[in-house]
Structures are given as structure tokens and as C-alpha cells.
Design a protein around this ligand. Structure first.
Ligand code: ATP
Ligand code: MG
Length: 446
């Protein structure tokens, strides 16, 4: 195993203090897979206060003391050190009623969720793998440690975590684990929406989001019932080769794994079932589905307690995913500039990525709009390079200039600035001070 020295250091100092200590969980799994672990967790026989004594003088963050966790900053990297523990009974499908410290690493591994997450390693002992994690890694399989029904009863979040790891690692669920996850899915109602949202974002950002969403939507529909309406919804359109949910899942898989972009792609058509109409020849239409999907997206993300910034960004992308951006030949790129001003550069490029992925998730005969997105992107980069004006604050005049012209302080100033911006976006006037002042005079004086 290729382990950074600060993580090895954590283990060897505990061992030098006379305690058992191992790297454990995700970092062992990822290292064995040749992936770079996000962080390194240590499990030890030392009690939290003993761990603190071993690392006296280092920066210690006492975040999870009651669960037996001490977080250290070693060499600038956080390392979580947790005392071996077993979890007592679970009566609420969420939290263990009590946590007990344990003497052996094997006891600690037995409480963990999946076999691939239940391995430990240190340089002297080598790999400790009592649950067959290595075998499941080789078979690309997510399998519960112990009886899946019991493990999901204890903590229903594990149902969603199983899907998360399947998506992130590109693994299948072991048949017994999959059957139990489906049978126990309604237990997810007892889990806090914040914890669900954390797992959902990781799932959506996984490379296998499409397979997991399409294969396990009945589980995901417990926290997000809207997905059940999308699943199997026939679009009755020559432009589409997928039902609504598959189309959205394909789009999600196509965009880069950025939470805002992936959430927007997965939800971008969620309002389609609600606004479906069919004309006489049997062709389906979804008039106004952008805004309806945006409203529904806001409801979904609010319910899952996402932060306001994420909700606003994702909702804006969904609302605008069908908005035409390509300028008519010979006309100024007004829509591009207006949306650059409204969304800012970062989200504007997200919108382009969403539009491209949406197009690529259409019937193979109707994917050409993706190339159009490339043209809009090239044009946008030119506009940015020439520092074009997109927002009121990019104008060559400001409110004070207008007041000096005699426009009364108050709403009239904002109205005039917006009128000037519209004129600049339409290339009716250059973004130059004298020209704008002249225009301001003419629009305000009767
Ligand atoms: P990541 O790369 O996302 O951090 P990870 O495997 O480290 O993956 P975490 O959620 O950080 O996942 O959890 C760390 C470890 O703690 C897991 O590998 C697993 O052994 C254990 N674990 C976490 N949550 C649970 C749970 N709900 N039930 C049982 N074990 C859990
Ligand atoms: Mg982790």
C-alpha cells in the first residue's frame, strides 16, 4: 500500500505508545483499488484521552469525542483517530443506543457497513480482512457485513450508502444486499434529510450515476418521489429515445461530476410528467416544462435541506436549460450577454454544459444541438476576452452620473441604467460614456 508519511506516522506513534492501531475503512479500500483516498482514518485500541496523550503537542480538534473520535492535524492534514468500538442496539433505524469501546480490530470491523469498507491495515500486521472485503473488491461487489436485513434495520442510511458506493466505485450490489435494500427502502423515511442529501450528492457525482438511478429508482424515490413519475414516462417524441428518467440520468452522467451541474442535469426535466400533452397524431409535448421543472427542483432541494445558494443555482440552470442562446445570423448575441450578466461566468458555462448534455441524451438522429453549444461557447469566450458589458456595473456610466444629469435619485436611476444596459446588449449604442449620457438624456427628457 502506498500511504503518505503523515498517515503512517499516526499509526506508528500509537503503536509506539503500546496500542494497536490500523488504517481503516475508505482509505484501505481506495488504496487497494489504486485510487487516491480522500482522507485517512485510523482505528486504535487507545481511548480518546490516551490518543490525546500520545499526540500531545500536535493540533487536536475535539469534534467527535463522544463517539471516541479525535481529529489530529498532522503535517497540515486532518487524520481521524477512532477508538475500536462496537455499536449497541439501534431502536430508531438511525443511531446506536450506545457505543461501546472494543479491544480488537475485528470487533470494530464487524460494525462497519460493507465488506469493502471493513478492512484494516498497518505495516506490521498487513491486511486485516475478516469479512471478505478483498474478494468483494475483486468482484466489484457491495455486500453488507453480516445480515443485510439486520444492518439496514439498524441504520437505514446504509441503504442509500450502498447505492452511493455502487455509483462512485462502479460496483454492483450483491443480490442479497440489493433485495434487502429494496425491501427495506421505506426505512429511509426515518433518516434525517441532511444525511440523505450528503449521500445523494455523492451518488449523483459518481461515474455510474445512470446505472444506479435507473436500476434503483424505487429506493431513491423514497426521499425524492418525483423520480417515480419520471421513471418509464414515455415522451412520445421522435426526438427522444429514452423515457424521462433515463434521459435525465444519461444527461447527468455526461456532465462533469460537479454537484450543482449533476443535480441540475438529473432534475432538468422533472416537471415533464406534470405538463405532458399529446396532439392528435400522438406526439407528446411538454410546454413550459423548464419553469415547471425549476419549481419542482426548488421544492425537492428545499425538502432535502440544501443550502440556499445551491438551490438557487441548480434551479436557475433547470429553468434555463431550454432557453435558446444561439444568436440569429447578423444579430448581436443579446441572450448570451444577458445570461452571462444574470448567472455569472461560472454558472453560464454550467448552463452550456447542461444544454450540451441534454442534447446528447436525445435520439441519436437529434443530437446536433450539442455542436451549437460549442459555437456559443466559442462566442462567449470571445466576448469575455474583449471584456464586453453584461451587467449594469459593467456600464461606462453609473448612478451618480445619471443623478448629475438631473435624473431624480430613486427608482428612476435604476430604470434608466437598465434601459442603457438593454441598449448596449442590443448593440444600439457602444458602451462609452458620452454615448450613454446622450442616450440617458434622450430617454429621460420628454
Ligand atoms: P469516502 O471516500 O466517501 O470518505 P468512506 O468509506 O471513507 O468513503 P465515510 O462515510 O467517510 O466513507 O465512512 C468511513 C468509514 O466508516 C466507512 O468506510 C465505513 O467503514 C464506516 N461507516 C461510515 N458510515 C457507516 C454506517 N452508516 N454504518 C456502518 N459503517 C459506517
Ligand atoms: Mg471517509
Amino acid at each position: 500500500m502506498n500511504v503518505p508519511s503523515y498517515a503512517l506516522d499516526a499509526v506508528s506513534r500509537l503503536r509506539a505508545g503500546g496500542y494497536a492501531a490500523f488504517l481503516v475503512g475508505g482509505c484501505v479500500r481506495d488504496s487497494l483499488m489504486g485510487r487516491v483516498p480522500g482522507d485517512y482514518d485510523v482505528a486504535t485500541s487507545a481511548r480518546p484521552e490516551q490518543t490525546e496523550a500520545v499526540f500531545a503537542g500536535e493540533r487536536i480538534i475535539e469534534t467527535g469525542l463522544k463517539h471516541g473520535t479525535v481529529t489530529l492535524l498532522l503535517d497540515g492534514h486532518p487524520v481521524e483517530i477512532t477508538t475500536f468500538r462496537t455499536d449497541g442496539a439501534y431502536s430508531d433505524h438511525r443511531h446506536p443506543d450506545e457505543v461501546r469501546f472494543a479491544a480488537q480490530i475485528e470487533d470494530d470491523l464487524a460494525r462497519r457497513d460493507f465488506t469493502v469498507n471493513a478492512m484494516a491495515w498497518n505495516p506490521e500486521t498487513g491486511l486485516v480482512d475478516p469479512c471478505g472485503g478483498q474478494d468483494d473488491l475483486a468482484r466489484k461487489r457491495i455486500r453488507c457485513v453480516g445480515d443485510p436485513d439486520r444492518r439496514f434495520d439498524e441504520d437505514a442510511l446504509r441503504i442509500l450508502r450502498a447505492l452511493r458506493f455502487a455509483s462512485v466505485l462502479g460496483f454492483d450490489l450483491d443480490p442479497a444486499t440489493a433485495a434487502s435494500a429494496l425491501a427495506k427502502k421505506d426505512l429511509l423515511e426515518a433518516v434525517s434529510r441532511e444525511r440523505i442529501a450528503v449521500e445523494l450528492v455523492k451518488l449523483v457525482c459518481g461515474p455510474d450515476v445512470r446505472r444506479v438511478v435507473c436500476g434503483f429508482w424505487p429506493i431513491l424515490a423514497v426521499p425524492v418521489p418525483e423520480l417515480a413519475l419520471m421513471a418509464g414516462f414515455d415522451q412520445r417524441s421522435k426526438y427522444h429515445c429514452y423515457d424521462v428518467l433515463t434521459h435525465c440520468a444519461v444527461a447527468a452522467e455526461t456532465v462533469r461530476p460537479d454537484p450543482i451541474l449533476r443535480l441540475a442535469a438529473l432534475l432538468h426535466d422533472c416537471g415533464k410528467p406534470a405538463c405532458f400533452t399529446m396532439d392528435r397524431d400522438g406526439t407528446g409535448h411538454f410546454y413550459g416544462h423548464g419553469q415547471i421543472s425549476a419549481d419542482l427542483t426548488k421544492t425537492i432541494l428545499t425538502r432535502l435541506r440544501f443550502d440556499n445558494d445551491t438551490i438557487r443555482r441548480v434551479t436557475d440552470l433547470v429553468a434555463l436549460h431550454d432557453y435558446p442562446l444561439d444568436p440569429e445570423p447578423g444579430k448581436p448575441p443579446r441572450a448570451i450577454k444577458r445570461l452571462l450578466g444574470k448567472l455569472g461566468t461560472e454558472d453560464f458555462f454550467r448552463l452550456l454544459a447542461l444544454k450540451r448534455a441534454d442534447s446528447l441524451a436525445h435520439d441519436p438522429g437529434y443530437r446536433a444541438r450539442a455542436a451549437l453549444c460549442d459555437r456559443v461557447e466559442a462566442l462567449t469566450r470571445e466576448l469575455l476576452a474583449e471584456q464586453a458589458c453584461f451587467r449594469v456595473k459593467d456600464l461606462a456610466v453609473n448612478g451618480r452620473d445619471l443623478i448629475a444629469l438631473g435624473i431624480p435619485e430613486g427608482p428612476a436611476v435604476g430604470r434608466t441604467l437598465n434601459a442603457l444596459l438593454e441598449a448596449v446588449l442590443g448593440e444600439e449604442v457602444p458602451n462609452e460614456r458620452d454615448a450613454l449620457l446622450a442616450l440617458a438624456r434622450s430617454v429621460t427628457s420628454p
